[in-house]
Design a protein around this ligand. Structure first.
Ligand SMILES: [Zn+2]
Length: 258
């Protein structure tokens, strides 16, 4: 089976929305007049297209937000749809050379775009971000972003800025968002996060000093939660959920930070 990833904006086309099945090559011919760009296959063997905003899903199909496919597509296909979206988004946002303004084309040897006029080479942009589970005396720091569904809390995250080590980003983000100092960072794991082009790097950390003082902009509430008083938190698949599950499991087993 060769899935055909058809994107309209940030939404993905499904055939049979109930079963969350992707269409296959040959099943989306009705949409071809609406293709803005397509690669079939692209240099990595994926079939994808972006359609214009006025394109309607063919009968029996639907365009659905990618985030809603979390837990509906199997983990491998969800990750793959994110990777293909990242590549599609990279193409649609980099049609011209940023140095001389000429059209870009595929590089013959690299997974990159090339300017035939000035030789500028452009690789896909990946934006690293840290996500941090901070603990204090058996409690976990969780915060609420204004974009979260009502009642939802999660571990804190932020983008790496130019010139920063990951350790510097962790210290700055936690300080800026909730006003506390942290220490004893340990690496936990990572996850590509194609919304639209991040790589999340997960860490555990320990509270060092300070009381919670939210910034009121990126974080509208933050508290220390004991394992038995957890609020609503993100669904599975995400590294934020894996960090929270790790905290809960260690405390169920009577173990603190490693
Ligand atoms: Zn150029």
């Amino acid at each position: 089976m060769k899935p055909f990833f058809v994107f309209r904006g940030d939404d993905l086309l499904l055939i049979d929305n109930e079963a969350a099945r992707l269409p296959e090559v040959g099943e989306v011919d009705d949409l071809k007049p609406f293709f803005l760009d397509s690669r079939c296959p692209d240099r990595e063997g994926f079939h994808w297209a972006e359609v214009s905003p006025e394109a309607e899903a063919p009968p029996g199909m639907a365009f659905v937000p990618r985030r809603s496919l979390w837990g509906r597509l199997d983990e491998r296909l969800f990750a793959l749809s994110g990777k293909v979206f990242h590549l599609m988004d990279w193409h649609r946002t980099n049609r011209y050379c940023g140095r001389c303004g000429s059209p870009l084309s595929d590089h013959p040897d690299e997974k990159a775009l090339l300017c035939g006029k000035c030789g500028h080479v452009l690789f896909p942009v990946i934006a690293p971000a840290v996500i941090v589970a901070v603990e204090r005396e058996g409690k976990l720091l969780l915060g609420r972003s204004p974009h979260f569904p009502p009642g939802r809390y999660s571990v804190l995250a932020g983008f790496v800025e130019t010139g920063e080590s990951l350790e510097m980003t962790i210290a700055r983000e936690i300080r800026e968002e909730v006003g506390i100092e942290v220490c004893d960072f340990t690496y936990f794991g990572s996850q590509p996060w194609p919304f639209p082009r991040s790589l999340m790097l997960g860490f555990r950390a320990r509270w060092k000093s300070g009381d919670i003082a939210i910034d009121g902009r990126e974080i509208v509430d933050a508290r220390w939660f004991a394992p038995e008083e957890m609020p609503d938190f993100p669904p599975s698949f995400s590294i934020s959920r894996r960090l929270i599950d790790d905290f809960l499991q260690r405390h169920r087993n009577g173990r603190g930070l490693p």
